[in-house]
Write a protein that binds this ligand. Structure first.
Ligand code: DHK
Length: 152
């Protein structure tokens, strides 16, 4: 079966503030930088990226639902929704596309409430604490799975 050579990149609430937001935690790269590096990493493997960022949960859900039509997988940094959102988790499991979960910071080494992720067990790739470079790692690992070079 041929898969669409396109990934959906989802960035959740507050990710539009990257570059100025708590630079000691999230670094100085902007959302535009993140979207560019993700697009470049995918392009090296022959995939396109459609990027969405929103501070509104429903916008993210709609984008995830639409990905069923023309995307092979989803790279997502849900921001704070990671730790709170059953509906985001249900959207990801509902569309049944392979998911890579990314966190810029090391959520295991911060506040206790950041250790739990509603997304973790619906994702097949997890990249945590690699800074924005982690988006590139997530793309590589997700495409390895999609193209059969790694186990899901
Ligand atoms: C980004 C956020 O906005 C936080 O709410 C998460 C995550 C961590 C990140 O590290 O990319 O707790």
């Amino acid at each position: 079966m041929t898969i669409p050579r396109r990934l959906l990149l989802v960035n959740g609430p507050n990710m539009n503030l990257l570059g100025t937001r708590e630079p000691g935690v999230y670094g100085s790269a902007t959302l535009a930088d993140v979207e560019r590096l993700t697009t470049d990493a995918a392009a090296r493997r022959g995939f396109e990226v459609r990027a969405v960022q929103s501070n509104h949960e429903g916008v993210l859900l709609d984008a995830i639902h639409a990905a069923r039509e023309d995307c092979a997988g989803i790279v997502i940094n849900p921001g704070g929704l990671t730790h709170t959102s059953v509906v985001l988790r249900d959207a990801l499991s509902g569309v049944a596309l392979p998911v890579a979960e990314v966190h810029i910071s090391d959520v295991t080494a911060r506040e206790e409430f950041r250790r739990f992720s509603y997304v973790a067990d619906v994702a097949i790739v997890h990249v945590i604490g690699e800074g924005v470079a982690g988006y590139g790692t997530a793309v590589e690992r997700l495409i390895d799975v999609l193209t059969g070079q790694a186990e899901g």
